[in-house]
Design a protein around this ligand. Structure first.
Ligand SMILES: Cc1cc2nc3c(=O)[nH]c(=O)nc-3n(C[C@H](O)[C@H](O)[C@H](O)COP(=O)(O)OP(=O)(O)OC[C@H]3O[C@@H](n4cnc5c(N)ncnc54)[C@H](O)[C@@H]3O)c2cc1C
Length: 357
């Protein structure tokens, strides 16, 4: 299933990997996408496509199929509780987006279905259950070290695109010491059937330090209510979650009939600190792997930077110059957007959830 040699290997089949794959597909290259998970894979995420993500997807991949949508399909924006006693402040998506061509509504999606649809539409062969362990350079080639269904394998490639998310193995192998400055923020979620006195169709965001060390959210996915909070490393995320759940029960009428599932993950502070790692030579990093995230809205950034990574490979193949030179220029505007959104949220809420104490 794996060949010995490729022109480009993409690690990760999330929106960054799909964006990169779509850009390189159809150009006569030998390309491969690998993902360590069994696909379709669960991704902890509110799964809300902001208007910019809806446009990026529609432009590059076509109309979203019904199979990726959740009820309520339309999300109007964020409803923000700065502290436990404050009234909700409405933040429609237009607060974050200044492109007049964009619609007003966000779209509620199932991330496993969305990411699978995007990656399958991209047009590059995908091998799942295939973990990148590391890579090394030999002359002009990159030797990618994989573990596929329990067996070690090596493939050679001219270009490597790391689209492997927050705790990127490509970044770790490429960037060495850089990792020590990356702060991880643990997050935990529970899915319930039951009821809550919060109208569906909004993403509810809570910033009070007694219920989160990051920011907490509530959203609806079909007939379920999802509660998420995060905290500082060293604090118990489950204790913080218990405080958040009590708050929801006392102030917002949460009644849990049944806990359906739970999950945990980490996010990083790279974008909030303008601390990106774009790559080196013909290794480039897109999406969360590179640090891209518009203060919580990461899907657009992943699609945009993934596309830029793929296009940089094409430009490098034409000229012989390093892909990272093109990529650095191509993502400058996205970095500016991330910074702008971080500043907008800091101004509105009085803190940045990724860097708060
Ligand atoms: C709680 C939470 C809520 C969020 N809500 C939203 C939201 O509503 N809207 C929004 O726009 N953004 C949201 N985000 C952010 C968004 O989920 C991410 O920014 C986005 O998924 C980044 O896409 P990506 O392609 O860079 O990485 P990912 O989607 O994480 O994909 C990375 C892929 O790489 C694979 N991988 C990882 N390591 C390896 C390896 N070593 N070898 C092979 N494969 C590997 C993984 O299996 C995965 O499939 C949220 C994030 C969190 C944590």
């Amino acid at each position: 299933m794996l060949k010995d040699k490729y022109d480009v290997v993409i690690v990760g089949s999330g929106p960054a990997g799909a964006g990169a794959a779509k850009a390189v597909a159809g150009h006569g290259l030998s390309a491969l996408m690998v993902d360590k998970a069994t696909l379709p894979r669960y991704k902890m995420c509110s799964g809300i496509l902001f208007p910019s993500a809806v446009k990026a997807i529609t432009d590059e991949f076509g109309e979203l199929p019904e199979s990726v949508l959740c009820e309520p399909v339309v999300i109007k924006g964020g409803r923000v509780f700065v502290d436990v006693d404050s009234p909700a402040m409405d933040a429609p998506f237009s607060v974050f987006e200044d492109d007049p061509e964009l619609g007003d509504d966000g779209i509620n999606t199932d991330r496993a279905a969305l990411d699978h649809w995007l990656s399958m539409k991209a047009g590059v062969p995908i091998v799942d259950k295939c973990l990148l362990k590391g890579f090394r350079r030999e002359g002009n080639e990159i030797v990618v070290e994989l573990r596929h269904e329990g067996l070690s394998a090596e493939v050679r490639t001219k270009y490597l695109i790391g689209a492997d998310g927050t705790r990127s193995a490509v970044r770790e192998a490429a960037a060495g010491d850089f990792e020590k400055d990356v702060r991880l923020i643990p997050n935990y979620e529970e899915w319930y059937t039951g009821k809550i006195d919060l109208e569906p169709g909004w993403l509810y965001m809570f910033f009070d330090r007694s219920i989160t060390g990051y920011f907490a959210t509530i959203f609806h996915k079909d007939d379920q209510i999802v509660a998420v909070t995060g905290t500082k490393q060293g604090e118990s995320v489950k204790d913080m979650f218990a405080a958040f759940r009590s708050h929801l029960e006392e102030k917002h009428g949460l009644v849990v009939e049944k806990k359906v599932t739970q999950a945990g993950c980490s996010v990083h502070d790279m974008s909030a600190k303008e601390n990106y790692f774009l790559g080196d030579g013909n290794v480039v990093l897109a999406g969360e792997a590179g640090g891209f995230n518009r203060c919580g809205e990461g899907i657009t950034s992943a699609l945009v930077s993934g596309k830029a990574a793929g296009e940089s490979v094409l430009a490098s193949l034409d000229s012989g110059r390093a892909a990272v030179d093109y990529y650095t220029k191509a993502v400058a505007a996205e970095i500016e957007t991330c910074t702008k959104v971080n500043r907008t949220i800091e101004a509105a809420v009085g803190l940045n959830p990724f860097t708060r104490d």
